[in-house]
Design a binder for this molecule. Structure first.
Ligand code: PEP
Length: 243
């Protein structure tokens, strides 16, 4: 009932020449997508990637946006501009934004509302640190982040990304992923009613071709948010095939 989504977060990687990797993905997927595929490169590559992927099964998104439509916000990018150049989604509240830029839940929520107003799909990230998991506070942390970060509309995607699993090669036990996704599902259904059943919940954190199938088979895991393994077409395509 929920179409899987595999989203690639390129982070601060890529140059114009990286369009060759995107081209490989487009050629391999052409016409045969069994799930939604999203690639989120750095801002300056978005317009080029939108152009390159026109009429392919790949959507292009951003990794962040401001909450304002325009104005005196040096270095920021508005949701309206992202939509105007053809982006269809935006990652919000990634743990690297939360850590590097001090972004909190209220700001993430404001950005999500602004993204929705610009007709972008917000991919809202939540996840606990290792210390929070070790102290038994993983679920309460994630539920509190959801409580503060979710917008009023259910037209969103939620990505559960344990901070300690991002870029480390470490992945939670399947039963821990299952328990967290179950808790997140209950939270979004509690908040949005039936519409919460339609929200796709992605797992992110060291998803690779070798573990994607097993992770995507877990109940309430509707795809993945992929960092490092989204940079190479072969790896990313193998993960898409697993979804
Ligand atoms: C991410 O940064 O969203 C992520 C999941 O990274 P990685 O796949 O490299 O762990």
């Amino acid at each position: 009932m929920r179409r899987p989504l595999v989203a690639g977060n390129w982070k601060m990687n890529g140059l114009p020449g990286s369009a060759a990797e995107l081209r490989k993905m487009i050629d391999a997927l052409e016409g045969g997508e069994h799930c939604d595929v999203l690639v989120c490169p750095p801002f300056p590559l978005i317009a080029q990637f939108v152009w390159d992927s026109a009429d392919s099964g790949i959507e292009i998104g951003a990794q962040d946006c401001h909450f304002a439509e325009n104005g005196a916000h040096t270095g920021d990018v508005s949701p309206a501009l992202l939509a105007a150049v053809g982006a269809s989604a935006v990652i919000l509240g990634h743990s690297e934004r939360r850590a590097d830029h001090g972004e909190g839940d209220a700001l993430v929520k404001a950005k999500a509302e602004a993204a929705l107003a610009a007709k972008l799909l917000p991919v809202i990230c939540v996840g606990e640190t290792e210390a929070q998991r070790d102290s038994g506070a993983a679920e309460s942390t994630v539920l509190a982040q959801l409580d503060g970060s979710l917008p009023n509309s259910a037209a969103i995607v939620v990505a559960y990304e344990p901070v300690w699993a991002i870029g480390t090669g470490r992945v939670p036990e399947n039963h821990d992923i299952a328990a967290m996704h179950h808790a997140i599902r209950q939270a979004v259904v509690g908040r949005y009613g039936d519409a919460g059943q339609k929200i796709r919940l992605l797992y992110g954190g060291s998803v690779k071709p070798g573990n994607a199938k097993e992770i995507f088979a877990i109940e309430d895991v509707d795809g993945g948010l992929i960092g490092g393994a989204s940079l190479k077409a072969d790896d990313f395509l193998a993960i898409v095939a697993a979804a």
